[in-house]
Design a protein around this ligand. Structure first.
Ligand SMILES: NC(=O)c1ccc[n+]([C@@H]2O[C@H](COP(=O)([O-])OP(=O)(O)OC[C@H]3O[C@@H](n4cnc5c(N)ncnc54)[C@H](O)[C@@H]3O)[C@@H](O)[C@H]2O)c1
Ligand SMILES: [Zn+2]
Length: 384
């Protein structure tokens, strides 16, 4: 029943001092071993796969077989699933697994899983023996379009998310979209919020691609063969968006802030809900806030707010937040603790139109509160 691996798209991410390929296609788990051999001839024969307890029973055997067929000796470290694993004690567990597996500086660590696995495995790869080759094999839509590229890796502290980390560029990002077949719909929708964000940053064409995807999902479902090429295109557009921005600002000193479109609001909403609202759903609300704030400042048309609200709603993402008016001050307080808060106070990414974003510093709290309160209302409806 297994089919031959086929690469549908390949792009290259450049960073100072190097580059790496991002391959997207079907059945690519089965070509992992040959890809590693092709990309780096001097790799040792030992590979450590880092995965989680949900992904391991689904995909670890195929990854291991493919690596084994290329002559690698594979050990596997399985983390509990979920954000709670992105903690320093688990990094120490991974170091112990590296020692047990007798990894040396030419051995690869391979992250097989969502953003949690990628972030923590990447931190271990950045630091064990002062750095080992690292391969990303993302299995959630969010990890495919967002966390697996750009080189940011890290873990959470009890005081906040992603407070400890490093930049670790992978040797390759290997995306087998077949892995999405087992992903729960809620996770697919969450990843799609990032695709909408990327499309807003990239422009009208990409936004049309997302609208197409929403139509296909509504008509055929996420996993139908008719949906796959449309999903592939939207996914690649989002990857290109991130690739292009990251290439211009590899160490997050300026332009990369654009990738935070909707995220100042989203992070505050997530924290305020004590993470009961998942990231992708918070991003949907955050995108709507960013657009409403842009409109209130006379930057963008109301039609864009309507268009995006209807797109998000059709994806099954939230466009309203109950009790937003009563809780706006609490959400604002969470925003004021954001580690990315600029020296110029509250800073937001705003949009003039799809493909034209800007950074607005020193936004008065009163404007932010007014925007948050609007989340209690139904968004303006799109014309039929
Ligand atoms: N490094 C970056 O640039 C960056 C960017 C964005 C997000 N992140 C981080 O990514 C993390 C979120 O990533 P995520 O949403 O992928 O979460 P996740 O890794 O927790 O995965 C979500 C859930 O899906 C399960 N899962 C994964 N793949 C599956 C599959 N194919 N089939 C069935 N179940 C599967 C996981 O076990 C988990 O339960 C956060 O920690 C966030 O901080 C990092
Ligand atoms: Zn995000």
């Amino acid at each position: 029943m297994s089919s031959a691996p086929s690469i549908a798209h390949e792009l290259t991410v450049e960073y100072p001092g190097g580059s790496y390929p991002v391959r997207v296609g079907q059945h690519l788990l089965d070509s992992l071993g040959s890809t590693l051999r092709e990309l780096r001839a001097d790799l040792s024969d030992r590979v450590l796969i880092v995965t989680d307890e949900n992904v391991e029973p689904l995909y670890a055997a195929r990854a291991t077989n493919s690596l084994g067929a290329a002559g690698f000796s594979v050990s596997t470290s399985v983390l509990p699933a979920g954000e709670a694993s992105k903690r320093l004690p688990h990094v120490e567990d991974l170091y112990e697994a590296c020692v047990r597996s007798r990894l040396d500086r030419r051995s690869a660590i391979l992250a097989l899983g969502g953003g949690v696995v990628g972030d923590i495995a990447g931190l271990a790869a950045a630091t064990f023996l002062r750095g080992l080759p690292f391969v990303q094999v993302p299995t959630t839509l969010l990890a495919m379009v967002d966390s697996s590229i750009g080189g940011k890796v890290g873990v959470d502290l009890p005081q906040g998310k992603n407070l400890v980390g490093a930049f670790k560029q992978p040797l390759a990002v290997h995306i087998d979209i077949g892995c999405l077949s087992s992903l729960p719909d809620r996770e697919l929708r969450s990843g799609c919020a990032e695709i909408v964000k990327a499309a807003l940053l990239r422009g009208e064409d990409s936004l049309r691609g997302v609208a197409h995807l929403v139509d296909a999902v509504a008509l055929h479902g996420w996993h139908a063969p008719q949906t796959t090429p449309i999903l592939l295109r939207a996914l690649c557009d989002a990857l290109i968006c991130k690739r292009d921005i990251v290439a211009q600002d590899p160490f997050e000193q300026g332009l990369r802030a654009l990738l935070n479109l909707g995220h100042t609001f989203a992070h505050a909403i997530e924290a305020w809900s004590h993470y009961a609202i998942p990231h992708g759903e918070a991003v949907a609300l955050g995108l709507l806030c960013a657009l409403r704030l842009s409109q209130a400042r006379g930057l963008c048309e109301q039609a864009l707010v309507m268009q995006i609200a209807s797109l998000l709603a059709r994806l099954g993402l939230p466009v309203r937040l109950a009790r937003a008016a009563a809780c706006a001050h609490e959400i604002l307080a969470c925003m004021q603790h954001d580690k990315k808060r600029g020296a110029d106070g509250l800073r937001f990414i705003l949009l003039r139109r799809p493909g034209s974003a800007l950074i607005a510093g020193s936004v008065p709290a009163s404007e932010v509160l007014a925007t948050l309160k609007q989340l209690e209302q139904d968004p303006p409806a799109s014309e039929p």
